[in-house]
Design a protein around this ligand. Sequence first.
Ligand code: NAD
Ligand code: TYD
Length: 351
Amino acid sequence: MNRKILITGGAGFIGSHVIRRFVGKYPGYQVVNADKLTYAGNLENLADIDSSPNYVFEKCDIVDKQAVAGLFAKYGFDGVIHLAAESHVDRSITAPDEFVLTNVVGTLNLLNAAREAWKDGYEGKLFYHVSTDEVYGSLGADGFFTEDTAYDPRSPYSASKAGSDHMVMAWHHTFGLPVVISNCSNNYGPNQFPEKLIPLVINNIKHSAPLPVYGKGENIRDWLYVEDHAAAIDTLFHHGKSGETYNVGGNNEWKNIDLIRLLCRIMDRKLNRTEGTSEKLISFVKDRPGHDMRYAIDSSKLQKELGWSPIPDFAVGLEKTVDWYLSNAAWLERVISGEYGQYYDMMYGNR
Ligand code: NAD
Ligand code: TYD
């Protein structure tokens, strides 16, 4: 089957894995990657597929509504997978405006453009919005987020994603736009920007720099390998029911401090350092304001209805991730040069 699909944010971490999967698996699809190339967007992530005949890159800021409408007019998309976003909680605390612009206004522009482009009929069309479990807020020691959990976002990032989810659903109920939303837990894997916990810890251990642990390190996150998320997005784009939301998670909860200690042990082994060397780098720092305590996802709807499941072995995924960062030193050095250096100094003090 031939389709023309718009994937936004395809130069980022998750988007690049989604693009690679779609371009390789669906040669009959024309895949258009629209990305502004912010600090987090990196076309190097797609160097292996960028000359594929079914792949096109368009530099586009989704906040620019004319540019977004122009893309729809140029390509005649029948599907959208929307991943472009400002995605880092800490940045949303220091500079929230960009989050509202990209995550809320950018999503509005895409919804309006899809509605206009598909005004002659919605048959065969889909607007798929990729979102986060952070919209549900914070859990105590027990329980899981289900698709029925009330939204309770607490950071500017999660509030902006919640706003975009609500608009996507409003466009479905009010205008009939065919939509699917997924809310996923924390991803990890190759190509993640090193402001996020796992690549930050790997990079700092490599450079024997302090490992900043917020608060007591007792916050809990559910970690999912990025390719499992890309597989879920593939399943949901093709088989998700319009008007529905689906939770995606790894069933893999880790206290931050335990995860950091595990990474220290893996890195000591990989770098031939004496066991215990990297743990000495752990440094407890001031907690993140409004730091959500625990995220845990119940993804049984997606598993039972559509047969998706995560790869169970975290140890394998983590080893693969560490190996990728160690053997892609040039990628890492390039992304941490420039703007990231200033951000890091602002967040954690001079290195
Ligand atoms: P990322 O920060 O690595 O990449 C975001 C991409 O969006 C970058 O390529 C950036 O250039 C692009 N972008 C930002 N602003 C833009 C704009 N105005 N116009 C066009 N492009 C723009 O993010 P990620 O971790 O890959 O997350 C992708 C999506 O998945 C986001 O919507 C995020 O909310 C969601 N999500 C992420 C996680 C996670 O753990 N990383 C978990 C659940 C959901
Ligand atoms: P992060 O990767 O920023 O993802 P999110 O905030 O979206 O869950 O952070 C994961 C967890 O690690 C979160 O509880 C905050 C914590 N953390 C630290 O302790 N130190 C750090 O330097 C960072 C970036 C995160």
